[in-house]
Design a protein around this ligand. Structure first.
Ligand code: GLN
Length: 538
């Protein structure tokens, strides 16, 4: 029988519910249990794909090509399991499905209402996860986005309330993540907001079993007892989550307080004790690196850290694998100009251009590539970053003046990056890019093959534009290497440059597949090249 853990949040947003859910997942996985994690987002967008990164941060792409909330990235990284489109539910998806059923006549003349039709659909979607995964799932963790008290999340809370009744008390746990603020004037941690938010949950019929208290400082026994008393939660269920330097330490912080064993006890599960040794070693490496490199990430969404969250994490993973701390310098592509280049890039050991959309900041990215190519700085271009590398090569090496992507200049005389004919017909925006995992065959004697050490790899895509094959010969003639090809579709997936220590552009997003305990090969090799560069430059 699959068991369910529902995670809600109270008091304020951005409490790290996603990290809490992921960390609980890791604790349970370390006990040999099969886990899946689902995120429920109460917004009306059907998926995150149509949202600007400034709204909710990065759009995370799963193996099956779903454009999802960035929390799925945390889930995959913590539980080291590939998730799918079924792991992200939105209000939009639920209503879309109910309205289609209504139009089909499935409700046989009934008045279609939030309760029971929407709540039934929500419960079905939560249960359906177990049908959509290969392995038998022991525990599904469901994170409800938003904050308790929001109007939008009410139907979801009602559905999870009913859930416990439907499948039995012993099969469901409620975990509430709250904030315990420190008031400087009173020099005190305040438990009242937590009490109020638990009260709000109880009003709708949910009594949490566990409360995770985020705070800047450690909670005194007195504060914990108070929360226990007023919220009617056993003292062992009051878990503190004080800010730590690395999110990857959180599972260890929880384990130390007995959270893993408590969940096992409350859900009446039988399983071996936890084995977190590998995880501990990994955290130890994060905290005690032997060296340091500085990597510039040049993009246009740099003011919001979450916009490139998987890139940041993958760089960190590459560092872990090389016993190296990676300092990330976020550089606004709009600010990269010929005369500012040297100043902006002077201390960098490597340069990465992440994915992106639209014209703004493009010329700055192209200047960046030129600098990395000419100054032999390790370079990794991802998706639009690869497009920029192709455009730069066309303009400055092959001398195709005004070469461009038709995304940025539809009238360019040399469209070295262009839409495929099937993409030209697309009008509807949602879910219509080339999405999800595609195979890529690697060429012999390439940096790519040296990095991956395997001939065919599967990487996740999210883009419309591609390298224009009409220019293949010209590029080859001038020395560019096409080291990864999708043979079914005849598409260039990886480019690289000889006569450079490490220069790779990839059409896909390797950052989505990197894990803290298993860095993505390209990130691992990129950081290795950056370390070599830092040694040269001393
Ligand atoms: N804007 C480009 C395209 O649609 C690249 C997208 C990306 O970088 N993810 O092809």
């Amino acid at each position: 029988m699959t068991k369910y853990i529902f995670i809600t949040g109270g008091v304020v947003s951005s409490l790290g519910k996603g990290i809490s859910a992921s960390s609980i997942g890791r604790l349970l996985k370390s006990r040999g249990l099969n886990i899946s994690i689902q995120k429920i987002d109460p917004y009306i967008n059907v998926d995150a794909g149509t949202m600007n990164p400034y709204q909710h941060g990065e759009v995370f792409v799963t193996e099956d090509g779903a454009e999802t909330d960035l929390d799925l990235g945390h889930y995959e990284r913590f539980i080291d399991t590939n998730l799918s489109s079924y792991n992200n539910v939105t209000t939009g998806k639920i209503y879309n499905s109910v309205i289609s059923k209504e139009r089909r006549g499935d409700f046989l003349g009934a008045t279609v209402q939030v309760i029971p039709h929407i709540t039934d659909e929500i419960k079905f979607t939560i249960k359906n996860i177990t049908q959509k995964t290969e392995n038998q799932i022991d525990i599904v963790i469901v994170e409800i986005g938003g904050t308790v008290g929001d109007i939008e999340s009410l139907p979801f809370l009602e559905a999870i309330r009913q859930f416990r009744n439907d499948i039995g008390k012993e099969n469901v746990l409620y975990v509430h993540v709250t904030f315990v603020p420190y008031l400087e004037a009173a020099k005190e941690l305040k438990s009242k907001p937590t009490q109020h938010s638990v009260k709000e949950l109880r009003e709708i019929g949910i009594q949490p079993d566990i409360v995770i208290c985020r705070s800047q400082l450690k909670l005194s026994e007195e504060v914990k007892n108070k929360i226990s008393l007023f919220c009617d939660i056993k003292r062992e269920g009051i878990i503190e989550a004080v800010d730590v330097k690395s999110i990857y330490e959180i599972p260890l912080v929880f384990e130390e307080q007995g959270l893993g064993d408590l969940i096992i006890k409350l859900l009446n599960l039988k399983c071996p004790g936890s084995d977190l040794q590998e995880w501990k070693n990994m955290v130890d490496k994060i905290y005690h690196p032997k060296r340091e490199v500085s990597i510039g990430v040049v993009g246009k969404y740099i003011s919001l850290k979450d916009a490139y969250i998987s890139i940041n994490e993958a760089l960190l993973h590459g560092g872990i694998d090389n016993d190296c701390r990676v300092k990330i310098k976020r550089i606004d592509s709009d600010k990269v100009k010929k005369d500012s280049l040297k100043d902006l890039f002077k201390d960098l050991n490597g340069i990465l251009i992440p994915g992106g959309f639209g014209k703004r900041g493009m010329e700055g990215k192209i200047e960046t590539v030129k600098y990395a190519r000419e100054n032999k700085i390790p370079f990794l271009g991802i998706c639009v970053g690869m497009h920029c590398a192709v455009i730069e090569f066309a303009r400055n090496v092959i001398k195709l003046e005004k070469a461009n992507s038709t995304e940025f200049d539809p009238e360019t005389p040399f469209p070295v990056i262009d839409l495929l004919p099937e993409q030209k017909k697309v009008i509807v925006k949602g879910g219509t890019m080339r999405l999800g995992a595609y195979p890529c065959k690697l060429e012999k004697n390439s940096l790519a093959l040296k990095s991956y050490q395997q001939e065919t790899v599967y990487e996740r895509h999210r883009h419309r534009y591609e390298f224009n094959n009409l220019y293949q010969e010209k590029f080859l003639e001038y020395g560019m290497k096409f080291s990864g090809i999708n043979q079914d579709l005849n598409l260039v997936e990886i480019i690289e440059l000889p006569n450079h220590p490490w220069f790779i552009g990839v059409q896909f997003h390797p950052e989505f597949k990197s894990r803290p305990n298993r860095a993505h090969p390209l990130f691992k090799e990129f950081i290795k090249a950056a370390i070599a560069k830092s040694v040269y430059s001393i």
